[in-house]
Design a protein around this ligand. Structure first.
Ligand SMILES: NC(=O)C1=CN([C@@H]2O[C@H](COP(=O)(O)OP(=O)(O)OC[C@H]3O[C@@H](n4cnc5c(N)ncnc54)[C@H](OP(=O)(O)O)[C@@H]3O)[C@@H](O)[C@H]2O)[C@@H](O)CC1
Ligand SMILES: Nc1ncnc2c1ncn2[C@@H]1O[C@H](COP(=O)(O)OP(=O)(O)O)[C@@H](O)[C@H]1O
Ligand SMILES: [Mg+2]
Length: 282
């Protein structure tokens, strides 16, 4: 196994690209987040707002019709496309080509959603981040992995990882299996946890930011929005994963003296993204 590379400020400053004064929203990238189902539209409001606040110029969501008003009211800066179905995603139809796509927050596991994802990934060539039930659906259909663009980013928590790679009998075995999965399918795995590791073939990165305040509903959905945003801003997938994970953890470190562990929620990650970015300029 290769040496583990710490994701610290030195590593981040090698990859971080400050904003050009002459940029405009078109240059900053257009990201798309696909997901949501009845009762889990919140995952989409969180992911799409995190996406915008991480710096991409335009964000569109694709969600079931029941999410339309919720999204427009909660996040007026975000544009909305809706499925024909009311409560779940059944057929993904887009009217533009985004620079990056985040797939899965709150998407659920309706059988029609399986079919919609299958059809979508068969033709999609846009850089992709897959999370949550998007991962659970891929885990049940491993032969679909060949359709994914190379260096697609998977962001599983422990349970989702297990569904993808099977059980492990030790930490070393978990890494061995995750590395094999990454190499076999040419994917980047963000192994969420405390701490989070990123696996890109044989390369292993270990995050140095974040704390137990992040153990709250929706923080993973927020991370998906952040990484998708960075990919839409033309970061290479591995750089987007590394910078996204680092900034996400940093929000909790900066917020902690003000919020404490217990009262920190996923919206606070979004609230502190600005301060996390500013700390890179110091
Ligand atoms: N507001 C909204 O709309 C929200 C919507 N959301 C959406 O809900 C959907 C379901 O997502 P989900 O992750 O809750 O369900 P699921 O994959 O069954 O995992 C749960 C089980 O996995 C385990 N587990 C989890 N983390 C672990 C860890 N770090 N380390 C170890 N184990 C861990 C744990 O198992 P246990 O330990 O209890 O055996 C737990 O019971 C998804 O689409 C998501 O986007 C949510 O994001 C919330 C906010
Ligand atoms: N104790 C902890 N310390 C550091 N980070 C944590 C801790 N618990 C959870 N996290 C982070 O919070 C996020 C949770 O993601 P996830 O389980 O997908 O949540 P959700 O599906 O509710 O959005 C991950 O980025 C994970 O690394
Ligand atoms: Mg999650």
């Amino acid at each position: 196994m290769k040496a583990v590379i710490p994701i610290d400020k030195t590593e981040i400053l090698k990859r971080y690209k400050p904003i050009n004064a002459h940029t405009h929203k078109g240059i900053q990238g257009h990201a798309l987040i696909i997901g949501g189902s009845y009762g889990k539209i919140g995952a989409m409001t969180l992911a799409s707002m995190a996406c915008l606040k991480t710096g991409c110029g335009l964000v569109t969501v694709f969600l079931p019709r029941c999410g339309y008003r919720v999204l427009q009211i909660a996040n007026p800066e975000v544009m909305v496309l809706t499925d024909i179905a009311v409560k779940y995603i059944s057929k993904i139809i887009l009217n533009f080509v985004p620079q990056a796509i985040g797939l899965g927050p709150g998407i659920g596991q309706d059988i029609e959603t399986h079919t919609a994802i299958h059809r979508f990934i068969k033709t999609n060539t846009v850089p992709l981040v897959i999370d949550a039930d998007g991962l659970n659906i891929m885990a049940q259909n491993k032969d679909w992995l060949t359709f994914l663009p190379k260096k697609t980013i998977f962001t599983p928590h422990q349970k989702e990882l297990e569904r993808l790679i099977g059980n492990w009998d030790s930490e070393a075995d978990k890494f061995k299996k995750t590395i094999a999965f990454s190499k076999q399918n040419n994917l980047i795995l963000v192994m969420k946890g405390a701490p989070t590791y990123i696996i890109d073939g044989d390369a292993i990165y270990k995050n140095t930011t974040g704390n137990a305040a992040l153990a709250t509903a929706g923080t993973g959905d927020v991370l998906t929005g952040m990484i998708t945003s960075l990919m839409a801003q033309s970061y290479e997938p591995i750089d987007a994963a590394i910078l996204g994970v680092y900034l996400h953890g940093l929000t909790a470190d900066i917020a902690l003296p003000e919020t404490g562990y217990q009262s920190f929620i996923a919206s606070d990650v979004i609230k502190y993204i600005g301060k996390a970015y500013l700390s890179l300029e110091k």
